[in-house]
Design a protein around this ligand. Structure first.
Ligand code: FAD
Length: 701
């Protein structure tokens, strides 16, 4: 009996022990010891600024991979380094983030809603969907200011939030409470790789700029005397403000709303002022780069497109190498555009700053001869950017085009750029109406030649920049309009003596919209010449893409350019990208710089994510509703003029730079002329006839 009871008790005890053992296995909660370790090094303020419920939550977030080493928004770099040490993370790989307010519009946006006393952005948004006519703009009640626990946001003088980058911890509270998405938390990588989206605050100038520069922002920064900030803004889109400030035909100014009042803002003058300010200070502003990734990318061609691509790849942390066929970098900026428009010393200073970021360069390396896509792959380059420009000249297709004394305008300008003998004579005829023709003509004048520029249409149809056409006029270049060459006449030694041309008249418009020149039968005439420069167009030299069997793995378009996806610039080979004149055909420096950045962006995505991509709402064309033709109630203010450094008669015997920069007083005046346009708003607070006083003007902004 006793034995049976003992056995029962033993059985119960055993069962209980088994149940407890199983339960302890099932119910055991493992806590990663790193959570406690991470928590112990955090600041301990339990402020919640990181977005987690207190420091314990933040530590758990780090261990679960939901946050990085810099989770603690008040701990700074020393705390982040300790967290990284515990977690085995690379602290150097973290990038500083900052709150960014992309609305500088304001009091002048139309107030079209009744407020009824609600002084909070979210309440306003819920009740009326917004206070301003602009569909995207800031409501201006400062809910973000109260949301910020670090005192990093305050309301600026114009009623819009201003972020203090030194106090901002990028905790994101401001962005969370903003009902209009005006505030975002951005790091350098995100800013550099951002492309215009239709709901960004895109003033017309910013929409039109092929480089997508945030023009309103840098004008506003210059107006406050923050020249360094302005350059940082510009350099997030292009690496060459000095060069662009001198040679850009500024398409942005063509759509400036100020042009509907009096004249467009001198946007490019303002950019040049800021760029010259840095160069003349003799000190380079720091340019930040993301931590090294060590990923090797080959950039073929060291013109604006290649330089821009290499610069942005470097800023994104990668390791670009430029392969350039010539002995120096710069492409047409060096070998096309003459010294008097862009001094080589200025170009050199600008390029040194780019290369100084840590970009490797290999000179005298000709793609298709010295190296190929295959050899680059063998050498460990994971992606390739092709940007070799458009260096093949179009022929006139007339008799004796190869006579002695006849060459192309670009060959002539390249020789001048290299400083070698050009063999120029005394009587020069330049054939063409674009920038190359004008540059060849004005350069010939400086080499003591008598110059006639022959063009088959009229002055009105000339594709060259108007300033250049006027400049050539002032320097004594003679124009022969409505004239097309029919034959080169030579002496017995085969040297050119004359150009025979036929008179033209303008007929119906052609595909380009310009009136087609039609020859007048029997009007052939001779003009004397010992030197002829032809400048009727260029295209990319794509023979380097073909192998010995005549096969090309990439796509050549019917315009003889390299085919690529227009958004990502990726070619038929996934690891090969392109941009600049090679892709667009002859265009502008700003277009080449813009494409260089877009290609760098795509290459960055290709390396990190396997494929490039663009946002669905990317801005491609001008946004219709932002293009006013009428801007009411804005006072008149005269546009500044770019000063000339040397007088007209001194110019023809000198390659000295012609145009100078406006001074500080003029730049303040010019920034005051900016209407601070956003998507729909603009500043109408400037009284007619009011003289420009920068301080007064700023109070008005
Ligand atoms: P490029 O500047 O042509 O650079 C291409 C680079 O690739 C060069 O360095 C070249 O040496 C290199 N390269 C070529 N083939 C190879 C190869 N096989 N292997 C390795 N490297 C190679 N634009 C303006 O905005 N404003 C102006 O005032 C203006 N004036 C101009 C005046 C002239 C005379 C010319 C010719 C052009 C002018 N342009 C102007 C246009 C502007 O210069 C070009 O649009 C711009 O330079 C294109 O940049 P890119 O980098 O695509 O090509």
């Amino acid at each position: 009996m006793i034995t049976a009871s003992v056995l029962v008790l033993f059985g119960i005890g055993l069962t209980a022990a088994v149940i407890l053992a199983v339960a302890s296995k099932l119910l055991y909660v493992y806590e990663d010891p790193r959570i406690a370790q991470v928590e112990s090094v955090l600041a301990g303020a339990n402020c919640g600024g990181c977005g987690f419920p207190g420091c314990a939550g933040a530590a758990q977030g780090v261990v679960e991979g939901k946050a990085g080493a810099n989770v603690c928004v008040i701990g700074g770099d020393s705390v982040a380094a300790k967290v990284a040490g515990i977690m085995g993370l690379d602290f150097s790989a973290t990038e500083k983030q900052i709150a960014f307010v992309d609305c500088t519009g304001g009091v002048r946006a139309e107030e079209i809603y009744q407020y009824q006393g609600a002084r909070d952005c979210r309440a306003q948004h819920l009740l009326y969907s917004g206070a301003k006519m602009c569909p995207e703009g800031c409501l201006g009640y400062g809910t973000c200011v109260t949301a910020c626990q670090f005192g990093a946001i305050s309301m600026g003088p114009n009623g819009y939030p201003v972020v203090d980058p030194n106090l901002c911890t990028a905790c994101g509270s401001c962005a969370q409470v903003c009902p209009r998405g005006v505030i975002s938390i951005w790091g350098m990588t995100a800013r550099i790789t951002h492309v215009n989206e239709v709901n960004d605050c895109l003033a017309p100038c910013r929409q039109r700029c092929p480089g997508q520069i945030n023009i309103p922002r840098y004008i506003e920064q210059v107006s406050r005397g923050d020249y360094a900030g302005a350059l940082e803004t510009i350099r997030e889109r292009i690496p060459m403000p000095l060069s662009i400030g001198r040679v850009c035909p500024h398409p942005c100014e063509g759509v400036c709303r100020r042009g509907n009042v009096d004249e467009p803002v001198g946007i490019n003058m303002i950019k040049r002022f800021a760029a010259d300010w840095e160069m003349n200070s003799g000190t380079r502003l720091p340019i930040t780069c993301a931590p090294d990734t060590g990923r090797k990318v080959a950039v073929v061609g060291g013109g604006p497109a290649g330089l821009s691509c290499a610069y942005f790849l470097r800023r994104l942390g990668h390791a670009p190498t430029i392969f350039e066929s010539m002995p120096k970098l710069g492409g047409q900026l060096r070998y096309g555009i003459p010294e008097y428009r862009l001094p080589k010393a200025v170009l050199d200073w600008e390029i040194e700053g780019i290369i100084g970021l840590g970009i490797d360069v290999k000179f005298n390396q000709f793609f298709g001869k010295d190296f190929s896509l295959e050899s680059l792959a063998e050498d460990g380059y994971e992606a390739v950017f092709l940007g070799i420009g458009a260096w093949m000249n179009l022929n006139l297709r007339i008799d004796n085009e190869d006579a002695v004394g006849v060459s192309t305008g670009t060959e002539f300008l390249t020789k001048v750029g290299l400083g070698v003998d050009t063999g120029i004579g005394k009587k020069v005829v330049v054939i063409g109406g674009g920038n190359t023709a004008i540059d060849a003509a004005r350069t010939s004048v400086r080499l003591d030649a008598d110059v006639t520029l022959m063009y088959r249409r009229t002055r009105d149809e000339m594709p060259a920049n108007m300033d250049e056409i006027i400049g050539a006029d002032e320097e004594g270049v003679k124009y022969l309009f409505l004239a097309a060459p029919t034959r080169i006449v030579t002496d017995d030694a085969g040297h050119v003596t004359h150009v025979e041309y036929i008179q033209m008249e303008l007929g119906a418009p052609d595909a380009s919209g310009r009136r087609r020149p039609v020859p007048i039968e029997g009007s052939e005439t001779l003009i004397e010449a010992d030197t002829v420069y032809t400048a009727i167009g260029q295209k990319p030299e794509l023979s380097c893409l073909y192998d010995d069997s005549g096969t090309c793995t990439l796509e050549e378009t019917r315009w003889r350019t390299l085919g690529a996806d227009p958004d990502t610039l990726q070619t038929a080979l996934p690891h090969v990208f392109t941009g600049g004149d090679m892709h667009t055909g002859p265009a502008l420096v700003i277009t080449a710089l813009g494409e260089g950045r877009k290609a760098a962006r795509s290459i960055h995505q290709y390396l990190n994510e396997g494929a490039p991509h663009v946002p669905a709402n990317m801005q491609r064309d001008m946004i219709d509703y932002t293009m006013f033709t009428h801007v009411p109630d804005v006072g008149l203010r005269e546009r500044s003029t770019m000063p000339h450094l040397i007088e007209c008669d001194e110019r023809t015997c000198s390659f000295k730079e012609i145009e100078g920069a406006i001074n500080e007083e003029q730049v303040k005046h010019e920034t005051c002329r900016c209407l601070r346009c956003g998507l729909t708003c603009y500043n109408r607070d400037l009284a007619e006839g009011q003289t420009c006083d920068a301080e007064e003007c700023l109070k008005n902004q």
